[in-house]
Design a protein around this ligand. Structure first.
Ligand code: NAP
Ligand code: 8YV
Length: 315
């Protein structure tokens, strides 16, 4: 039996996948080393380790000091935590885990749409407080006939659309360019917001989308508007969002992602018109396992000299 290949595990992610990687490879866990020990580990792997696995949300840049590195296999679809430019310059291939999580994230998007428009959690709190014994819960808003504006309509966005249409929502969207899709395209984010009852972001993170959902966009959404974010927290000016919610400039928000996870502004937690989830879009047993399968398949293909299954930039 040939020796196992070396694999650098950069950070802690999905425990089941880490166990599977431990069984398949001679793993070296960078995240378990104290800061001062990390350069020593990298030095010890020079020339004999070609592969790294990482959670996609962050990747210690020290991995780029490993001169023999040829592939970074990321767990997650959004690779904003990895320095893709540096990887490209160094000819290091990067893989991610697209598509297998579309349904799980889209389910959470719909759950946020329903729970914000119909105020489900506020109604639950109302009942538990005993308020129903005194009065009825105030009426909320219908979904049918309203416009769901999606910014970043890609793989997950399409899965959201498939769920939104049976709820009789109309679809508008804004991407950098229009797609061949039968929905209204708006060339600017402000335009989309102005024509939306619910503005939903499923944008990737990174410099280009940094805080592009700002005060002006939220103002365009208007006082009946709801904002949903299942993309990245970095795409939203969180301060402007809080102000818009506090001043009634928008009606409510449903968030799965935040600027500085896992820190969520305390002021958001006080608001009855906001639903807050702890980044659970892809967080089901089945989906996380499928993401792990893709990490393992990509590494297997790399070491077997086969084509990678899901390489970033080769979609
Ligand atoms: P995707 O298929 O690449 O879709 C993203 C879409 O965003 C693309 O169609 C792209 O279209 C558009 N876009 C990119 N930059 C833009 C910009 N500056 N302005 C407007 N539109 C822009 O990606 P996906 O697989 O659907 O995933 C999307 C993101 O969801 C991930 O990157 C990740 O951040 C997030 N995510 C969150 C969770 C969660 O648990 N909440 C789970 C998985 C993923 P154009 O190229 O035409 O602009
Ligand atoms: C995370 C995600 O990877 O895929 C992405 O881009 O945001 C999520 O699926 C997940 O939270 C891992 O913990």
């Amino acid at each position: 039996m040939p020796d196992k290949q070396n694999l650098l595990v950069v950070n802690e992610f999905h425990p089941e996948t880490l166990e599977r990687l431990d069984a398949l490879y001679h793993t070296h866990h960078l995240w378990r080393c104290a800061e001062a020990e990390r350069p020593k580990l990298i030095k010890s792997l020079q020339g004999r380790c070609q592969a790294a696995a990482t959670g996609s949300w962050t990747c210690d840049p020290i991995v780029f000091e490993l001169e023999s590195l040829q592939i970074i296999a990321a767990f997650g679809v959004g690779v904003d935590g990895i320095d893709i430019d540096q990887a490209r310059q160094r000819n290091i291939r990067v893989t991610n885990t697209p598509d297998v999580l579309n349904d799980a994230v889209a389910d959470i998007a719909l759950a946020l749409i329903l729970s914000t428009t119909r105020k489900l959690l506020a109604a639950d709190r109302f009942l538990r407080r005993g308020d129903w014994l005194k009065t009825n819960f105030p009426p909320t808003r219908d979904l049918g006939g309203k416009t769901l504006g999606i910014v970043g309509l890609g793989r997950i966005g399409q899965a959201i659309v498939h769920r939104a249409l049976p709820f009789k929502l109309k679809i508008g969207y804004h991407n950098r360019s229009p797609k061949n899709l039968p929905y209204s395209y708006y060339p600017t984010l402000k335009d989309l917001a102005a024509h939306s009852d619910i503005l939903l972001s499923v944008l990737p993170g990174g410099e280009e989308t940094d805080r592009i959902i700002d005060a002006a966009v939220l103002e365009s959404l208007g006082p009946q508007g709801i904002f949903i974010n299942v993309g990245r927290g970095s795409c939203v000016d969180e301060h402007a969002l809080i102000q818009a919610l506090q001043t009634g400039q928008i009606a409510g928000a449903g968030l799965d992602v935040y600027e500085d996870e896992p820190n969520v502004p305390a002021v958001l937690m006080q608001m009855d018109n906001v639903v807050l989830l702890p980044h659970i879009g892809s967080g089901t047993v089945e989906t996380r396992r499928a993401m792990g399968d893709l990490v393992i398949e990509n590494l297997g293909a790399f070491f077997g000299g086969e084509g990678l299954v899901s390489e970033v930039g080769r979609g």
